[in-house]
Design a binder for this molecule. Structure first.
Ligand code: ADP
Length: 474
C-alpha cells in the first residue's frame, strides 16, 4: 500500500481541506493499492497563491540555476526508477519490463534533456533595432492523464520550470502516485517554496478550477478530446494560454513494396503498446487491397504472441487496462465492430481465458473495416486494431487523413523517398517511417482535434514562453 495523506503546497506537505482520500485500484488484482488526498477548491486557492508568490523570484532566477534544479530532479528520478516502474505497472498495467524503459526511464531522460537545454537555448536575440526576450508566461497549471502518468507530468513540469513558470500539478486520479514521488524528489532537491505544487483531486472540480482561475496564466493539458474542449472553454474567459495534447486515431500506411512481415509486426506493436492506452497508438492499419489475404495471415501469426498476462511476469507482452470502466468501454467497441460487420480476425469482447480478475481485454484485430465504421473513427484506447484496404497511394492518403484527429502515423515502404512523399501528405503531428524510434527532442503534438501546441525539446519549452520585443532608437 502506498498512502499519501498530504498535498504538496508552498514547499510543505499539507492535509487537503476535504480530509477525504481517493483510492487507487491495482489494474491486475483489482484491490486498493494506495490512496492520495482528494483536493478541493480551497486547496487550489492555496496552491495558486503559493505559485503566484513564487513567480517573481523564480522568473528572475538564472536559467542555469533552474537547470541545476532539473539536474537534481533527474538524479532523484533515476534513484527511484525501479519504484516508479513498479508503481506505474501496478496502477496502469503496463508490463514491468516496458515500464522500466518507458514509464520510468523516459521521464528521467526528458527531465535531463531540459537540464541540458538550460545551457543551449537562446532566451534572447537581436533583431534589427529590437531585443527579443523570451520570458516565462506565468503560473502554469498542468493537468495530466493516467496512461503515461509520469512522462506526461515531466513533459510539462520540466519545460515549465526551465522557462521560469511555477507549477500547480493536477495528476489523474487513476494513477497519481508517481506525481507524489516527484513531489518528494522536488522537496528533497530544495526547490524554492511555491515553485512546484501538487494538488490531486477530481478533474471536474480541481482541474476545472485551475482552468478558470484568474491567477493561472497557462493550462497545459493532456487527456481526452472532450475534456480538452471543456477546459479550453473554461480557460477562455481569462484568455489563458492553453496547450492541449488530446486523442488520436493514427493510421499506419503499408505501401505495396513494404516488407510485409516487418510492417505487420511493427504496426501491432505500435497499436498494442500499453494495451492500446496510448494517444499516439497506430490503430488503423491501411493495406493495399491486393495484399489483404497475405496481411491477414501475418496478423494471425504476429497477434498470437500478445498473450495477456500479469505485468509483473517477465514473459508478459500485454497487461490489463487501467480500470473496469475502461475495460467495459473497450469491450463495447469490440461488440460494435462485430455488429457493424467488420471481420473479427483476432480476439473478441469476452475476457481472456483464466483472467477473470484484472481489467483484461483480448488484443483484438478487425479486418475489412470501412472508413465509416465506428471502430475506424473513434479513439478506442484499448488493444483494438482496425485493418482497412485501399486501392492506390492517393486513396491511402485520403483514408489516413479522413479523421478528426491528427496526432501520429506511420508509413512502411522499401523506398525511403516514396515513404517520405507519403509522410509529407499526412495531416498529422508525427509520422514514423518503417517503425523508426521515438525521438524525445522532436515535437510531439496534434493537428486538428488532436490538440494545440507541441511538447518535448525546444518546442515544448517555447509553449511556456512569452515573447517581448524591446526597440532601441539607435
Ligand atoms: P482520460 O480519459 O485520459 O482520463 P480525461 O480527459 O478524462 O482523460 O482526464 C485527463 C485529466 O483531466 C485528468 O487529470 C482528469 O482528472 C482531468 N479532468 C477531467 N475532467 C476535467 C474537467 N472538466 N476540467 C479539468 N480537468 C478535468
Amino acid at each position: 500500500m502506498k498512502n499519501y495523506d498530504k498535498l504538496f503546497i508552498d514547499g510543505q506537505w499539507l492535509p487537503s481541506c476535504s480530509g477525504k482520500s481517493i483510492h487507487i485500484i491495482h489494474a491486475t488484482t483489482e484491490q486498493v493499492m494506495g490512496q492520495v488526498p482528494e483536493g478541493t477548491l480551497r486547496d487550489v486557492e492555496l496552491a495558486v497563491a503559493a505559485a503566484r508568490t513564487a513567480f517573481t523570484s523564480w522568473a528572475a532566477t538564472p536559467v542555469t540555476t533552474r537547470g541545476g534544479f532539473l539536474d537534481k530532479l533527474h538524479q532523484g528520478l533515476v534513484a527511484r526508477a525501479e519504484e516508479i516502474a513498479q508503481t506505474i505497472s501496478a496502477e496502469v498495467g503496463m508490463p514491468l519490463k516496458l515500464s522500466r524503459r518507458i514509464q520510468a526511464g523516459l521521464p528521467a531522460a526528458v527531465m535531463s534533456s531540459y537540464a541540458r537545454l538550460a545551457e543551449d537555448y537562446a532566451f534572447e536575440e537581436r533583431l534589427g533595432n529590437s531585443l527579443i526576450l523570451r520570458e516565462p508566461v506565468g503560473v502554469a497549471a498542468c493537468i495530466t492523464p493516467w496512461n503515461y502518468p509520469l512522462h506526461q507530468v515531466v513533459a510539462k513540469v520540466a519545460p515549465a520550470l526551465l522557462a521560469g513558470c511555477p507549477v500547480v500539478l493536477k495528476p489523474a486520479s487513476e494513477a497519481p502516485l508517481s506525481a507524489f514521488i516527484l513531489a518528494e524528489i522536488a522537496h528533497e532537491a530544495g526547490l524554492p517554496p511555491g515553485v512546484f505544487n501538487l494538488v490531486s483531486g477530481p478533474g471536474r472540480e480541481v482541474g476545472d478550477a485551475l482552468a478558470r482561475h484568474p491567477l493561472v496564466d497557462m493550462i497545459s493539458f493532456t487527456g481526452s478530446t472532450s475534456t480538452g474542449k471543456n477546459l479550453a472553454a473554461a480557460a477562455a474567459a481569462t484568455v489563458k494560454r492553453v496547450s492541449l495534447e488530446l486523442g488520436g486515431k493514427s493510421a499506419a500506411i503499408i505501401l505495396d513494396d513494404a516488407d510485409l512481415p516487418a510492417a505487420v509486426k511493427g504496426v501491432l506493436a505500435a497499436c498494442f503498446l500499453n494495451s492500446g492506452q496510448t494517444c499516439s497508438a497506430h490503430t488503423r492499419m491501411l493495406v493495399p487491397e491486393t495484399c489483404y489475404e497475405e496481411v491477414k495471415a501475418l496478423i494471425a501469426e504476429a497477434a498470437a504472441t500478445y498473450l495477456p498476462g500479469d505485468p509483473f511476469d517477465d514473459k508478459t507482452r500485454i497487461g490489463p487496462l487501467v480500470s473496469a470502466a475502461q475495460r467495459e468501454m473497450v469491450r463495447e467497441y469490440i461488440r460494435k465492430g462485430i455488429a457493424e460487420g467488420a471481420e473479427l480476425l483476432v480476439g473478441g469482447p469476452e475476457p481472456p481465458e483464466g483472467l477473470e480478475t484484472g481489467f483484461f481485454v483480448k488484443p483484438t484485430v478487425f479486418g475489412r473495416v470501412t472508413p465509416d465504421m465506428t471502430i475506424a473513427r473513434d479513439e478506442i484506447f484499448g488493444p483494438v486494431l482496425a485493418v482497412l484496404t485501399y486501392t492506390d497511394e492517393d486513396d491511402a492518403v485520403r483514408i489516413a487523413n479522413d479523421s478528426i484527429y491528427g496526432l501520429s502515423g506511420g508509413v512502411w515502404s522499401a523506398d525511403k523517398i516514396r515513404a517520405e512523399r507519403v509522410a509529407r501528405r499526412m495531416r498529422t503531428g508525427q509520422v514514423d517511417i518503417n517503425g523508426a524510434p521515438f525521438n524525445l527532442m522532436a515535437p510531439f503534438g496534434g493537428y486538428k482535434q488532436s490538440g494545440l501546441g507541441r511538447e518535448l525539446g525546444v518546442f515544448g519549452l517555447e509553449e511556456f514562453l512569452e515573447i517581448k520585443a524591446v526597440q532601441f532608437k539607435d
